[in-house]
Design a protein around this ligand. Sequence first.
Ligand code: MD6
Ligand code: FE
Length: 209
Amino acid sequence: MAYPTKPWTETDTGLDGFRLWPGLLDTDTQKALLHDVQTRVARAPFYQPATPGGRPFSVRMTNFGPLGWVSDKQGYRYQRNHPVMHQPWPDIPPLLLDLWRDLTGWPEPPDACLVNLYRDTARMGLHQDKDEADMGAPVLSISLGDTAVFRFGPAEGGGTRSVKLASGDVCALTGPARLARHGIDRLLVGSSTLVPQGGRINLTLRKAL
Ligand code: MD6
Ligand code: FE
């Protein structure tokens, strides 16, 4: 499948290394990617993880690829099996591997793709992605469905700003922004009809090991 059919325009986010390509994936590509997600979610359903402290996440999660990010009372980690199905995660959709190669130029493919499902009032608190062995590798993020308010700021100190992530937008935390603090404040519920029953799906590609 060819992608994208829109120009590869990158916008300035004001944070060096936080790269944003608004509307990179056109509607047909978003639908194809959603289909790739749905066929895999049938085998690896979304589940509700909890923090190491026992607080349930409002976001539902699953993973694709050799490794998946999980959180439970034992802590945050990457593991090879779905924590409920006890089966290996489905493969990463080839379209996402192509996107990673073309946008990041990183010499190795990602080995983990975390899939987040937000509905209604689901949100994600400010955090840093630092459970990966090599934090030099970028994290690439693809958004589908309802627009979200994404908050971000430098790794330490400094204020945060927010940007809207709409369906088909792609962003990356690279280089000096790899350890930026970021989170999802809220969804603009009903802003997209892409995801059945509404909501937002976010896919983040990483090099975990
Ligand atoms: C989300 N994204 O968009 C959550 N992490 O739902 C992330 O946590 C994230 O977008 C690392 C790099 C890019 C991201
Ligand atoms: Fe993150």
